[in-house]
Design a protein around this ligand. Structure first.
Ligand code: G3I
Length: 350
């Protein structure tokens, strides 16, 4: 073998060992492995999570990153009512269990989502009229069965999801119409009975900034606290869109909920844009991810951040907002975008 060829081979082997973190010996300069988002967040006593969904779990490149980079997982659909009680009294834990088991295998915790929502309900529930007594019994049974099933296996529950309108009035849902506003306190109490250790959250979108909708939560929290209803946190979903502007008061808003003695979390973060994505838009998106991350780190009781899946390959946005997308920190080929580097930098305090 010619000397130059041999030298090249030796050099390539050394580089491969360094990349793999396997280089040894006095001359070896193993570049340390880059810390994951989870590890960086843990330095602040926070978690960094991602939502995921069952169909994606056959994608091994996807699950490898999901299992490595994050320490909190949210099932995007698998624990919702249509999935868990498809027929009255018949419970199906297949999808939720699959995600919980995957998370446990990788020492990740689970933000469970969601018990009481107006969307993705099974037909048997929405297809007929219920008296208040009947519906209360149906709701209680659903909550207690599901929370008991996952007792000790999940960190928190989004107990009630999206209860308010934009103007701060109660959303006119099956629950509100039939049971009145008391369904929220009932749902929290039943959840607490079924798993006293799970953190119980109310969760909504467009409550990142101070405004009528987040004010409604602020009042509700005060009221629930005064009545000793079990409640641990408020989840700000943070489905943002570049064309609507950044919610500049997010840090103040997180702080005012903290002062009521609650945890807060950014629970479903994505930052969509009108397609095509340009370098400029991706840079602005990165700034927003950076600012959201810094806002959470600045408020003691903001316990963590979850992105609503981590790759554009599996984002819900294009199906619901045609012409929009590119909302997540990794692109469709699972390559990190500027947003990903910006989060990393914010968590590293650079
Ligand atoms: O299960 C059917 C499947 O049988 C069918 O082949 C397929 C065809 O489109 O649809 C499947 O259902 C889809 C379901 O997700 C499961 O994949 C629905 O069409 C689709 O609308 C549904 O979207 C979910 C959405 O909630 C429903 O509102 C998204 O995946 C999920 O990410 C999204 O999550 C919500 C949070 O729970 C609450 N906050 C807002 C957030 C985004 O909408």
């Amino acid at each position: 073998m010619r000397r130059t060829t041999r030298l090249r081979l030796v050099g390539a082997l050394a580089a491969a060992l360094v990349t793999a973190g396997l280089a040894t010996g006095p001359g070896a300069q193993a570049s340390p492995r880059q810390p994951t988002l989870a590890e960086l967040a843990q330095r602040h006593g926070r978690y960094f999570g991602s939502a995921t969904d069952n169909p994606e779990l056959t994608d091994t490149a996807y699950t490898a990153l999901l299992s490595r980079e994050f320490d909190m997982i949210t099932p995007g659909n698998g624990m919702k009512w249509y999935a868990t009680e498809p027929q009255q009294g018949v419970f199906d834990w297949t999808n939720g269990d699959q995600i919980v088991n995957l998370a446990r295998k990788h020492h990740q915790r689970v933000r469970a989502h969601t018990l009481v929502w107006h969307s993705q309900l099974p037909d048997w529930l929405t297809g007929r009229e219920w008296t208040a007594d009947e519906l209360r019994a149906v709701l209680k049974r659903h909550i207690q069965t599901e929370v008991r099933h996952y007792r000790g296996k999940v960190y928190s529950w989004d107990v009630v999801n999206e209860a308010f309108n934009e103007d701060g009035t109660y959303r006119d849902t099956l629950w509100y119409r039939t049971l009145g506003p008391g369904y929220i306190a009932d749902a929290l109490r039943w959840s607490h009975q079924a798993d006293p250790h799970a953190k119980l959250y109310l969760n909504d979108y467009n409550i990142e900034a101070v405004g009528p909708k987040s004010d409604a939560y602020y009042q509700l929290v005060k009221d629930l606290r005064a009545r000793h209803v079990p409640l641990d946190g408020i989840g700000l979903q943070a489905h943002l869109a570049l064309q609507y502007g950044y919610p500049a008061t997010v840090e103040d808003n997180l702080r005012r909920f903290s002062r009521l003695g609650l945890d807060t979390a950014l629970t479903e973060v994505d930052v969509r844009m009108l397609l095509p994505a340009t370098e400029e838009k991706l840079a602005q998106q990165a700034d927003w991810y950076r600012d959201l991350t810094s806002a959470c780190l600045a408020v003691r009781r903001c316990v963590g951040i979850t992105v609503w899946d981590y790759t554009d390959k599996y984002s819900w946005i294009p199906a619901v907002f045609p012409g929009e997308g590119a909302a997540l920190p990794w692109d469709e080929q699972l390559r990190p975008k500027p947003a990903c580097f910006a989060i990393r930098k914010a968590l590293a305090g650079k």
